[in-house]
Design a binder for this molecule. Structure first.
Ligand SMILES: Cc1cc2nc3c(=O)[nH]c(=O)nc-3n(C[C@H](O)[C@H](O)[C@H](O)COP(=O)(O)O)c2cc1C
Length: 187
């Protein structure tokens, strides 16, 4: 079956269907990221539709609603940064998911950030880890765009406490400290 045939087979969703599907998908626990683009004016958005794709070459992807401000910002700047949020950054996640947040230069005045080394896109200070990406491809994903990012730089920070999103709510789980398994003992 071709990709076009596959897409034409996707059924139209009623608002009730969409709510039910959101409930189903929400049972998949995820981490929480802030996606940000540089450009004339930086732009951010909370996103959990993030995944690793490939190590060689290094690729990740994020799914972005076509109506979100960052959709156009990523297409224009051809780049973006991803910050993986720690448990202490729930307020940051809520801020970048709030459609009424300030826009323009004021959008990032409320948070502590630094410019990613290759693209200058904002990275949240205190995040668990970050990725600095150029836009490798943009695919059609229905009401979302699927942005494939080519990783130009990345880093893991000292924070260890993870922020999760599950069933429509933020969670700060008590995790066992990651064990240092040493060489050859990873399972
Ligand atoms: C935990 C969480 C995860 C989200 N993940 C995504 C996502 O992956 N993609 C997306 O387009 N919107 C996602 N959203 C919604 C956007 O953050 C929100 O609609 C935002 O306001 C959109 O940007 P805008 O204000 O510029 O329209 C998420 C919201 C929350 C609270």
């Amino acid at each position: 079956m071709s990709l076009v045939e596959g897409l034409s087979a996707v059924p139209t969703q009623s608002p009730q269907d969409s709510r039910a599907l959101r409930g189903v998908l929400g049972r998949f626990a995820t981490g929480v990221t802030v996606l940000a683009a540089a450009g004339k004016v930086p732009c951010g958005m909370t996103a959990n539709a993030f995944t690793s794709v490939s190590l060689d070459p290094p690729l990740i992807l994020v799914c972005v609603n076509r109506n979100a401000s960052i959709h156009q910002a990523v297409l224009e700047s051809r780049s973006f940064a991803v910050s993986m949020l720690s448990a202490r950054q729930e307020h940051v996640a809520r801020y970048f998911a709030d459609h009424s947040r300030p826009r323009g230069p004021a959008e990032f005045a409320a948070v502590d950030w630094w410019p990613a080394p290759s693209t200058g896109a904002p990275v949240m200070r205190g995040a668990l880890a970050w990725l600095d990406c150029s836009l490798a491809a943009a695919y059609d994903g229905g009401d979302h765009a699927i942005f494939l990012g080519s990783v130009l730089a990345s880093g893991a920070e000292s924070a260890q406490d993870v922020l999760l999103f599950f069933c429509g709510e933020f969670h700060r789980p008590q995790l066992r400290k990651p064990r240092d398994l040493g060489p050859g003992r990873a399972q």
